[in-house]
Every structure is written in C-alpha cells, then in structure tokens.
Ligand binder design. Structure first.
Ligand code: A2P
Length: 300
C-alpha cells in the first residue's frame, strides 16, 4: 500500500495519520509520541479539539524534526470572517509551536458569528471570501496546502467554480463502512482532490459494530490481521487518507500496520460497504440549530 499520496500541489501526504479528535489533553501527548515512534508522520488536529498545545509539546519532545511530520489544523466555524482567519491560524501555529502548517482546512461549511450566535448565512452559502484569505496564508508561507472538510458535492462544485488561485487539495469527510460515499469519492478523484477519511472505524459510537461486521472479520481471519487493520487498509486502497484516532498505545501501533487486501477481498468489502443504505455517524446540523442538513441540504 502507498505510504503517501501525491496532492495536486505535488506535496506528498502520508496515507495514515493519527487522529486526535476526542483525545483528552492528558492522553493525547503520549499517543502522539507512541505514534511517532511507531512510524506515523502525520497528525490530524484542529483548533476546536482543544489539544493543540499538548500535540505541539509532544512533537517537540519526540525529537522528530518538524519538517518530517505532516501537521494539519482546521479553521473553526467562528473564524470564517476574512479578518478572523489569520488570527485563528496564528493561534494554532503558536499552540503547536511551529511557524507553518502542512495543511489548513475549513473545518465545516458553516460560519458562526464570533459571539457564538448562529449563523452567518452569507459566508455559509458562499465560503469564497474565507477561501481567498486561506489563499493569502499560502502566499505568506504560513500554510503549505489548503483544503476543506465536510463539504458535500454541491458545495465542492460551488467553491471550485470560483477562479481559485489555490485549489483545495483535500476534502476531509466521514468515511467508514457505514458511510462510504462512493459518489463523492469518484467526483473527488476525477477532480484531483484527495478525500481524507475521518471516523474511519466508525468513531467511538460505532467502532464496536464496525469491528464485528462479518465480511470484515472474515477478511481479517483469512489474512491473519485485525479487523481494524482490514478497514484502514481498505481506506488506503480506495485512495483515501485514513485518520484513525486512538489514545491506546497498542491500538495506535496496530492501526499503522496496513497491508494490501487482495482484489477479491477489497471488492467484497467495497461491495458490502456500498450495498446497504448509508448511515452517517457524525451530523451536528440539529445541535447547531441549522435550518438545513449540512450534508444533504434538506430543510430541517
Ligand atoms: P481509543 O482511543 O480508546 O483506543 P475513529 O478513528 O473511527 O474515530 O474511531 C475511534 C474509536 O475507535 C475510538 O473510540 C478508539 O478508542 C477506537 N479504536 C481505535 N483504534 C482501535 C482498534 N485498533 N481497535 C479497537 N478500537 C479502536
């Protein structure tokens, strides 16, 4: 399996990252160190995970040089107004203890007002002004690549219809056995955008169920690997970057040991994943008081 994917900018991004969403402050540092020791060179973080300081500290203590690790952070919803982008980025840079990011992503296609009231309909309908500020951050050298997260096909098409100076290199979305999104994957591949799979195991809510899906268990026992390894390998084989989260050393190590599935096994898993009705694990639309579903655009 490829250890890296090549992005449209020519940058080489490691195909597996340690995800640190829901990694507690007192556990995340150790997980990062274990990951770097196990060979990970990619940490997927975000301002809103509230653990960037701990991640940065662990990276420093690991002794692995900054330029050998791919660091991603994400612009939170309250900072979409163009004048708020650079200060938000600066805060992430300072917490992480670095002067550049490898990748900076618009976390959600939803703009909140800074005082917490929901929500700025103009910037939500059209994130191009936010994107232009991200382009400026690339020009300034503060970020090497820019991308988006949680954008559906319509939003990707709208954004990329603008005269972009810098294209989004990735779209980070939920991808797992329950929600494999083959249509979005095909469009992204046709348009040179790599998908990053968050909640690749189904997140804490669904991980138990995912690991006991018969086809996944069968392939695992045929290959003598674990169900988690089957799933992470499948993601990479689909051409997507897997971002498994764990704060347990043995799982962090396990998740990095990927192996190509045979074409037959891959097809069996792909068919099983895409032949049941898709079921999303993560959807904050209602909690955020949106009057539309952020993924399928239906009114709420
Ligand atoms: P923990 O952090 O306690 O190890 P996802 O990456 O899809 O978001 O899933 C993360 C969830 O899956 C977390 O609850 C994590 O728990 C658990 N997890 C991560 N790796 C494994 C693994 N190899 N085996 C079992 N559970 C795992």
């Amino acid at each position: 399996l490829p250890s890296h994917f090549v992005l449209s900018t020519g940058a080489k991004i490691p195909s597996v990252a340690l995800g640190v969403w829901r990694a507690e402050k007192d556990q995340v540092g150790e997980a990062v160190k274990v990951a770097l020791k196990a060979g990970y060179r990619h940490i997927d973080g975000a301002w809103v995970y509230r653990n960037e300081k701990e991640v940065g500290q662990a990276l420093k203590e690991s002794g692995v040089p900054r330029d050998q690790v791919w660091l991603t952070s994400k612009l939170w919803n309250t900072f979409h107004a163009p004048e708020d982008v650079e200060p938000a980025l600066d805060e992430s840079l300072s917490s992480l203890g670095t002067d550049y990011l490898d990748l900076y992503i618009i976390h959600w296609p939803v703009a909140f007002y800074k005082d917490g009231t929901k929500y700025d309909r103009d910037l939500t309908a059209d994130p191009y002004p936010t994107w232009q500020k991200l382009e400026e951050m690339v020009a300034k050298g503060k970020v090497k690549n820019i991308g988006v997260s949680n954008f559906n096909l319509r939003r990707m098409q709208n954004l990329t219809a603008n005269p972009l100076k810098v294209k989004p290199v990735v779209n980070q979305v939920e991808l797992n056995y329950w929600n494999p999104q083959p249509g979005l994957l095909k469009w992204s591949q046709d348009n040179g955008i790599v998908l990053q799979a968050y909640s690749p195991l189904g997140s804490s809510e669904q991980v138990k169920e995912t690991l006991s899906v018969p086809v996944i268990k069968d392939i695992a026992s045929e290959m003598g690997i674990t169900p988690a390894q089957v799933i992470i390998s499948w993601h990479i084989q689909r051409g997507t970057i897997a971002l498994p989260k764990s704060v347990h050393a043995s799982r962090v190590e396990e998740n990095f040991k990927v192996t190509a599935l045979s074409k037959e096994a891959f097809d069996r898993l792909e068919n099983a994943a895409t032949s049941h009705p898709p079921q999303r694990v993560v959807n904050p639309s209602k909690n955020w008081g949106l009057d539309f579903d952020v993924f399928d655009d239906t009114p709420l």
